[in-house]
Design a protein around this ligand. Sequence first.
Ligand code: ADP
Length: 384
Amino acid sequence: MSIPTLEQVTAALATVNDPEIKRPITEINMVDTVDIRADGTVDVRVLLTVAGCPLKDTITRDVTAAVSGVPGVTAVNLDLGVMTAEQRGGLQEVLRGGQAQREIPFAQPGSLTKVFAVASGKGGVGKSSVTVNLALAMAAQGLRVGVVDADIYGHSVPAMLGVGDSRPTQVEELIMPVPTPSGVSVISIGMLKPRRDQVVAWRGPMLDRALVQMLSDVYWGDLDVLLLDLPPGTGDVAISLGQHLPNAEVIVVTTPQEAAAEVAERAGTMASMMNQRVVGVVENMSFLPCPHCGPEHRLEVFGAGGGARVAATLSQRFGYDVPVLAEIPLDLALRAGGDAGTPIVESDPNAPAAVELLKVAQALLGRGRGLAGMQLGLTPSSKF
Ligand code: ADP
C-alpha cells in the first residue's frame, strides 16, 4: 500500500472537532506538526489550549481514530503539547473573529440564535429541571444548544447536566463553556466563583458583570438556541437580562398552587416591563398520577389551576396570547434523573413528564429558528 499523503492526513485531522470549541482542530491552530514516515507511521503533535485539559482523552481518541482511518497509515503516534501564551492569544483572536471585545453576540442585529429565559416567581418549582430538559430535547433534534445558569441561589444546572464538578477552560480572557455528555454546552454563575463552596453575596453591579461575562466572555460559537435559567423572582438578574438581551423570550414556570401562581405572574410582568415577550407558561408538579388506581386518577398535591391562571392573567395584561405550554406531572424519575445528571427526556423519553417537556420544546421550536418574529428594521421601498 502506498504511503499516505499529507493532504490525506490533514483532511482526516480536519474531521476532528475540539470538544469545547466545537470547531475542527486544524482551523484553530491546534495541529502543530504532522510527520509521515516511509513505513506509514504518522507522528502528530497537537497543542492543547491549557495544560491538564480535561478533554485530552477525547482529543487523543478522536485524533487517533481519524488518522488511523487514512489508507496506508500503519500507526499513529500522538504527542500532546500545550499552547504558549502567544498561541492562546492568537486562538482567542481567531475565536473572536476579529470582533471587538465584550460584545454580546446574541444581542447583535441579525443574530440567528433563539434566546429563551426560564423564569419563576419562587424557588423549588422546577425551573432548572425545565431548563435542562428543554436543552436536551432541543439538542436531540440536532440543534446547537447552550445553557447559562444564572440562578445565584441554586446554580444546580451543571449537576443536572452531569458536569457538576467541572470548571471551564480559559483561553486568555475567553472562557470555554463546559461540554456535557448530551452535547449541550453550559456555563454557570457558580463556575465564576474561585471555589464551588464559596458563598458570594452577589449585589446588583456584580451580578450584572457576571451575566455580561457569561454572555460575552464565553465562546459560544454559532448556537441555535441559548437557554437561561434565571434566579426566582423579579430581582437584579431579570433587570440586567432585560437590558442586555431584550430579544430574549421568557418562559414562566409555576406550580398549580395559588401562592406560586401569584408570584409567577409578577415574574412574567417583569419580563414584559423589560420589553421581553412571554411565550408561555409551564405548569410543573401539576398532579401525581395515583400509584394505586393509575394515571387517570390525578392527585392534586399542589392544588389545581395555577398555570391556567397565570396564562390568563398575563394574556389579559399584555394583550397577546400567553398559552399554557404543558402540565408536567410529579414523577420520581424526573427528580432522580436531575440528581443523577441524566435528565428525564434523555433517560426515559416516554414517561408522561418527559412527553410534556418534549411538547414544550416542540412548541417553542415550531416557531422557527432565528428571524421569525424578529424586528428586521426594513423600510418598504415602494408603496403597493
Ligand atoms: P427550581 O429551579 O425552580 O428551584 P428545581 O428544578 O431545582 O427547581 O426543582 C426542585 C426539586 O424538585 C428538584 O429536586 C427537582 O428534581 C424536583 N422536581 C422538579 N420538578 C419535578 C417533578 N415534576 N416531579 C418530581 N420532582 C420534581
